[in-house]
Write a protein that binds this ligand. Structure first.
Ligand SMILES: Cc1ncc(COP(=O)(O)O)c(C=O)c1O
Length: 398
């Protein structure tokens, strides 16, 4: 981005201050409002109410499963609960291990610890921030029961590598470790021509307010082709039966709004991708930045636009850059995510002695400027100009 263009764009300013992870990650319109109102109206009779698992759930689950290309989908109240349900289905015994990346949101590691698993953290591919199959292989043992892989920041992890690894390292009692995807941030992303969520024993999605699509603030879905596990998931979601259960349902109104957001999801993702492409074009050539990487077999949903500063800037200078962007340019950037074993004390206590030098290094270099499907090209241009100029200032400080 030429200096003269940067100057012009910065002078023009921003139309609004964007949060680094906007509180509403999607867009709502009349159709969502109408379906919400209609669902409330249709539930107002004492004999009707909001029900348990109503038609709205079945429609949403069928449409979501079809979208992902799986046999089944089970709607739930949050992705965190979905991760816990997946862990519970493993019936982990003391000493059973689950491998999970440390560069991660904390929910997946917590789900392992919450269900009695030994959490084994792994390194990520420094280009994608998704779990690195080579490092996972080093950490697999005969006690490994599952690989809990996050599709980080909207990009698919290399799932086929994990299936192949699992086949080569079967658990003596349980067979190949289960490969489970945490796609909380990745609805609408793609892998090898299919959608994220198509492969894996289970894939867990979030419809929290910040996510690629949302169901009125909270919500989630588990996709799977394993018909044998579905009754257990459904029982777990609603008070149990043959198996233990509780109440993990979303509401009928959320289930009704789900298909509307789902129909708009591809549009949200193309808007994110257009902005990411524009930003990458504008920032390419900035010598201090490593820009997002999209492997050929992936279709990035750009939940985050993830960049890296040079290793020698790690930590202090990266933090200065974040402050400068915030204070002088009104551009809020954040770190998605620093290593969980350094930031979550509970996780740290349970992973003492695990060495993850790459994750620690990367944690000091990540910086994510805002991206949102309704952002204008002009605001995106401003953000790119601000990033470039702020980076130049930090570089000049020596
Ligand atoms: C990677 C990842 N996993 C899990 C979750 C948890 O999702 P939920 O808020 O639906 O429980 C999040 C939410 O931010 C996330 O980013």
């Amino acid at each position: 981005m030429e200096a003269s263009l940067r100057k012009k764009v910065l002078k023009r300013g921003l139309s609004e201050r964007w949060q680094s992870e906007p509180m509403l990650g999607t867009d709502y319109g009349e159709e969502e409002i109408e379906v919400v109102v209609a669902t409330i109206r249709a539930s107002m009779e004492p004999s009707v109410g909001f029900g348990f698992i109503t038609d709205e759930f079945e429609v949403f689950e069928r449409e979501f499963a079809d979208y992902c290309g799986t046999e089944h989908a089970v709607s739930i109240c949050t992705a965190s609960v979905g991760l816990e349900m997946a862990m519970r289905c493993l019936d982990l015994q003391p000493g059973d291990e689950v491998i999970c990346p440390s560069i991660n949101f904390v929910a997946a590691p917590m789900s392992v610890l919450g269900h009695g698993g030994k959490l084994v953290l792994c390194e990520v591919d420094p280009r994608t921030l998704c779990a690195d199959p080579n490092d996972v292989e080093k950490r697999i043992t005969p006690r490994t029961r599952a690989l809990l892989i996050t599709h980080m920041n909207g990009l698919s992890a290399p799932m086929d590598d994990f299936f192949e690894l699992a086949e080569r390292h079967p658990n003596p009692d349980h067979g190949p470790p289960k490969v489970i995807g945490d796609a909380a941030r990745a609805a609408g992303g793609g892998y090898k021509g299919g959608k994220i969520g198509k492969t894996g024993w289970m894939t867990i999605f979030s419809f929290h307010t910040m996510k690629n699509m949302s169901t009125l603030g909270e919500g989630g879905m588990i996709t799977t082709d394993d018909g044998d596990i579905v009754p257990r998931l459904r029982e777990m979601r609603q008070f149990g039966g043959e198996h233990w259960g509780s109440s993990y349902k979303m509401t009928k109104v959320q289930a009704a709004v789900g298909p509307v957001q789902l129909r708009r999801l591809d549009g949200f993702i193309s808007a994110r991708r257009k902005l990411a492409e524009q930003r990458t074009k504008l920032l390419s050539g900035c010598p201090w930045l490593t820009l997002p990487y999209e492997p050929e077999d992936c279709y990035h949903s750009y939940y985050m636009y993830t960049m890296f500063v040079p290793p020698e800037w790690g930590g202090k200078k990266r933090d200065l850059l974040i402050s400068l962007l915030d204070d002088e340019y009104d551009v809020e950037c954040r770190i998605f995510n620093p290593p969980v074993h350094k930031t979550a004390p509970f996780v740290a206590r349970h992973t003492e002695g695990q060495e993850l030098p790459l994750s620690v290094e990367l944690g000091g270099r990540i910086i994510c400027p805002p991206i949102h499907p309704t952002m204008s090209e002009e605001d995106n241009e401003y953000i790119a100009a601000a990033v470039w100029e702020a980076v130049e200032k930090i570089a000049a400080e020596a």
